[in-house]
Design a binder for this molecule. Structure first.
Ligand code: NAP
Ligand code: ZN
Length: 354
């Protein structure tokens, strides 16, 4: 079926109203009417060609919530009317060790991205959530809990759950992997889309949370989200005051940072986890990691089981992303504002306006 969308015609070009074709349902597919689509900084990197590719025109969007309209004959877990979410993945091999353990995000044969990925069956390029409808295998859908306000998929709370499909699971997964809980000191570097959800999640898990932001302009928000401390990294010698302090540091900044400053703030056995993907390498001294058995690690989004677990955890703890709902004709303006760090803290597109 042909559906309305917003697409980038070329690298770095503004997105334009357009149409794309969704496939006929395969036996284990569901057709969704998309209701909300979040704007992740990764969408902007992909549109800008920061991660080079030739798949233009391209429709981004990997934070998607909608209602199921139709299911294929082999679908068992979902029915028309169910409210579901799609994150960064729509398929994987299903057979390798990570896939069989529920870590489709680390599929050894290459997981299929929700957009700018290659469909495993017909070789077409996948197109994302900035559109009115999408077709997806049921195994890659998560159930969105009812917000309890009688509004169902139209609820502003459901709109605000939408960014959790990427920003939520990308931060939840490392917090769980490194066993964050009471007694642990966690620092979040950069309080944007990913960072602000990380603060809420780590605080809900019982950790003592510190935000390391490049200015103090969002301090009140950070403390409201559950941080106990909020510091500006632009201050000279800042890292010396926090030497060996944190058990876990999540770096959500996409731009290159002086990583050795952050390594020096890790406690014995502490880990710095890279979530943003800056260009170039990371420089730090071997002595910095040897002396206190520190680690520098990375983490990519999350698997389907932990995405559902994260959504359920957020529902239980009342966590949503701070979201500004916009009409589709404001996507390009939203891109400029995200790039200028002028977003509080995620834009969500109302799919009725595509
Ligand atoms: P975002 O909303 O733009 O937030 C990034 C934050 O980084 C900003 O709010 C700002 O925080 C800080 N920042 C930006 N430019 C900076 C600079 N030049 N120097 C220092 N700090 C700067 O982006 P996002 O959507 O959270 O995504 C963050 C990064 O994670 C992107 O690179 C994205 O592609 C990546 N990502 C990775 C994964 C994964 O699986 N690993 C998943 C999703 C996204 P302050 O103002 O507080 O300093
Ligand atoms: Zn994302």
């Amino acid at each position: 079926m042909d559906v309305a969308c917003y697409a980038a015609p070329a690298a770095g070009a503004p997105l334009e109203k357009s149409t794309l074709t969704r496939r006929e349902l395969r036996p284990d597919d569901c057709l969704l009417a998309i209701r909300w689509a979040g704007i992740c900084h990764s969408d902007i990197h992909t549109v800008n060609g920061d991660w080079p590719h030739d798949n233009f025109p391209m429709t981004p969007g990997h934070e998607i919530v909608g209602e199921i309209l139709e299911v294929g004959p082999e679908v068992t877990r979902f029915s028309p009317g169910d409210v579901v979410g799609i994150g960064c993945l729509v398929d994987s091999c299903g057979e390798c060790t990570p896939c069989s353990e529920g870590f489709e995000n680390y599929c050894e044969n290459g997981a299929t991205g929700t957009y700018n990925g290659v469909d495993r069956h017909d070789g077409s390029i996948t197109q994302g959530g900035y559109s009115t409808h999408i077709v997806c295998r049921e195994a890659f859908l998560v159930r969105i809990p009812d917000p309890g306000d009688g509004l169902g998929v139209d609820s502003p709370r459901v709109a605000a759950m939408t960014p959790l499909l990427c920003a939520g699971v990308t931060t939840y997964s490392p917090l769980r992997h490194w066993k964050v809980g009471p007694g642990m000191k966690v620092a979040v570097v950069g309080m944007g889309g990913l960072g602000h959800v990380a603060v809420k999640l780590a605080a809900a898990m019982g950790a003592e949370v510190t935000v390391l932001s490049h200015s103090l302009s969002k301090k009140d928000d950070g403390l409201r989200f559950g941080a106990s401390h909020y510091y500006a990294t632009s201050e000279d010698g800042f890292e010396k005051e926090h030497d060996s302090e944190f058990d876990l540091i999540l770096n959500t900044v996409s731009a290159p940072l002086e990583i050795s400053r952050y390594v020096s703030m890790l406690a014995f056995d502490g880990t710095l986890v890279m979530l943003g993907l800056p260009p170039g390498g990371l420089r730090f001294g071997a002595a910095q990691v040897i002396g206190k058995r520190r680690s520098v690690a990375g983490s990519a989004i999350g698997g389907l089981p932990e995405t559902q677990e994260m959504i359920d955890f957020c529902a239980e703890h009342g966590i949503v992303a701070e979201s500004e709902v916009i009409a589709a004709d404001r996507i390009n303006e939203a891109y400029e504002r995200v790039t200028a760090s002028d977003v509080r803290y995620r834009f969500v597109i109302d799919a009725k306006t595509f």
